[in-house]
Design a protein around this ligand. Structure first.
Ligand SMILES: [Zn+2]
Length: 188
C-alpha cells in the first residue's frame, strides 16, 4: 500500500480529481484489480461529496474535463463514474463523448457502478445491509495476517468498499487497506 506522501509525489501535491491543494487524503477507488491500484489523493471537498456527506455540487466536477486525461487508471475510473452520475448535465455528456479509456479501465469503472444491484447483499453481523461508503465498527479483535497487527474490537472503519464476495468488505484500518469479514462488523 502507498503512503499519502508517495501519492502526493505522484499527484504533484494536489487533489487528483480537482487539483485543490488543501485537505488531501487517500481515497480508495472500489473494485481495483489490486488494492494499490485503487489509491488516489483527493481533497476534503471531493471526498465529502463522493461519500455523500455533502450534496453534489455539479459545477465543482467540471474539473473532470482535465482530470479525466490523467495517466492514473484509478483517476480515470473516478472521472468515468462521476461523469456518468452527472449525465443529466450537458457539459458532462459532452465530456463523456470525448473521453477515451482503455477497455480494462472501462470495465473496472463499470463494476463499481453496478455492484450494488448485481451482487448478493452484503450483510453485517446483525443482518443489516452494508453499502459502499458505509462506516462500520469491528465487533471482535481480528488478527490481520501479513500486516502484523490486530484490528481491535470497537475500531471504526469508514468508507468501506464492497467486494464481489458478499462475505467480505474492504476498508482502511491503521492506515492499511485490508479485507474484513462482514460477519465481524456492525454498521454504525
Ligand atoms: Zn478535490
Amino acid at each position: 500500500m502507498s503512503s499519502i506522501e508517495t501519492l502526493k509525489e505522484r499527484s504533484g501535491g494536489v487533489c487528483e480529481l480537482c487539483a485543490a491543494t488543501q485537505g488531501l487524503d487517500i481515497y480508495d477507488v472500489s473494485h481495483a484489480p489490486t488494492l494499490d491500484d485503487g489509491e488516489i489523493v483527493i481533497c476534503a471537498t471531493c471526498k465529502a461529496q463522493l461519500e455523500g456527506e455533502a450534496p453534489l455540487d455539479t459545477d465543482h466536477w467540471r474539473v473532470l474535463g482535465d482530470s479525466m486525461w490523467s495517466g492514473v487508471g484509478a483517476v480515470q475510473v473516478m472521472a468515468y463514474r462521476m461523469l456518468h452520475r452527472l449525465e443529466a448535465q450537458e457539459w458532462a455528456r459532452g465530456l463523456l463523448e470525448t473521453l477515451y479509456v482503455e477497455p480494462e479501465i472501462e470495465s473496472w469503472a463499470q463494476q463499481g457502478m453496478q455492484s450494488t444491484q448485481a451482487n448478493e447483499p452484503t450483510l453485517d453481523s446483525n443482518g443489516v445491509l452494508l453499502q459502499g461508503g458505509d462506516s462500520v465498527s469491528i465487533i471482535k479483535d481480528l488478527e490481520v495476517k501479513g500486516a502484523g497487527f490486530t484490528a481491535k474490537r470497537g475500531t471504526v472503519v469508514k468508507n468501506i468498499t464492497l467486494t464481489d464476495n458478499p462475505e467480505q468488505i474492504e476498508g482502511r484500518v491503521n492506515g492499511v487497506r485490508i479485507v474484513l469479514l462482514s460477519k465481524f462488523l456492525k454498521k454504525i
